[in-house]
Design a protein around this ligand. Structure first.
Ligand SMILES: NC(=O)c1ccc[n+]([C@@H]2O[C@H](COP(=O)([O-])OP(=O)(O)OC[C@H]3O[C@@H](n4cnc5c(N)ncnc54)[C@H](O)[C@@H]3O)[C@@H](O)[C@H]2O)c1
Length: 284
């Protein structure tokens, strides 16, 4: 199936990045959000990143203009009626996502593929609320989208080979590297990353070392570009806790229990960089 028109639902940090990259590689993209302010913020972010890319010589002015020309913005989800692919990137909440998929199922053309950028929620469950489960798939981009090469492609139980192949082709067309994974809690990326972050939090909780020292051990000793606690602050501690809960519940295995210190920080509103305080403090 040939894909040329794409809608991205959710203009937050992930959605805006996904829309930018798709537009940069020639797709016609509609960026949708329920909130006008989110669209405005997403649009400004895209323009700023493209201007910076031109200044740094990474792209030509013509490419910037072409990318902007490929993009349009809408608060009207019914505009998905002529799209070949819809990529959902709204909040990580099953109720919100399933409602959107049900709505999209009634709007998008019969041939359209519906993809979710969820970091942890089961694709099979999202697909089951639609009449086209074979055309529902996970496309898990990494943050920040314009920089990170990986896209985990998650097959739900009923995802067809044709759907998988089309999404693999789109991923390669936008110059990302697809990796195919099956639908299990946390997929591959967060099943490995989150327990490491959780364990790093345990070492602080048990007084083994300070956050700074834990991060230094992992940076200098393991060659990680960023320490796990800095990374947790960037991802958002609420998101980290949410994903640990998905792993804990999904596998029913106590090895995934979230660290009490992580719960405490989230309860205190210490959510990391976005709230100005997590394992470190930030001036936003
Ligand atoms: N932040 C990350 O590092 C990261 C990485 C990979 C995947 N993800 C996943 O991507 C998704 C989005 O995350 P984010 O960090 O961009 O969140 P975000 O909070 O920055 O953006 C979410 C956007 O969705 C919009 N929204 C909410 N309900 C909507 C609706 N019904 N219709 C249209 N728009 C709606 C909100 O207005 C907001 O602008 C989540 O599923 C998350 O798990 C996040």
């Amino acid at each position: 199936m040939s894909i040329s028109k794409v809608m991205v639902v959710g203009a937050g940090q992930m959605g805006a990045g996904i829309a930018q990259v798709c537009a940069q590689y020639g797709f016609t993209v509609k960026l949708n959000d329920i909130a006008e302010e989110a669209i405005e913020k997403g649009k400004n972010g895209i323009e700023k990143r493209l201007v910076r890319a031109v200044e740094k010589g990474r792209i030509e002015e013509a490419e910037k203009e072409q990318t902007l020309g490929n993009l349009s913005y809408t608060t009207e989800i019914h505009d998905a009626s002529d799209c070949d692919l819809v990529i959902e990137a709204v909040v990580e909440n099953m109720d919100v996502k399933t409602k959107i998929f049900q709505t999209l199922d009634g709007i998008a053309p019969e041939h359209a593929i519906l993809a979710s950028n969820t970091s942890s929620l089961p694709i099979t469950e999202i697909a089951a609320v639609t009449e086209r489960p074979s055309q529902v798939i996970g496309m898990h981009f990494m943050n920040p989208v314009p920089v990170m090469k990986l896209v985990e492609i998650i097959r739900g139980l009923q995802t067809s080979n044709e759907t998988y192949q089309s999404i693999k082709d789109v991923t390669e067309k936008i110059c990302k590297s697809p990796v195919e994974v099956n639908d299990f809690p946390g997929f591959v990326s967060n099943r490995i990353l989150m327990p490491m972050i959780n364990e790093a939090i345990y070492t602080v909780y048990e007084g083994v070392a300070s956050p700074d020292d834990v991060d230094t051990v992992m940076k200098l000793g393991m060659n990680h570009p960023m320490g796990p606690l800095t990374l947790a602050d960037f991802i958002g501690l609420d998101t980290c806790l949410y994903i640990m809960e998905v792993l804990y519940e999904g596998f029913g295995d106590s090895k995934y229990r979230p660290c009490p210190l992580l719960r405490k920080y989230v309860k205190a509103g210490w959510l990391g960089k976005k709230s100005g305080r997590g394992f470190y403090t930030y001036e936003n």
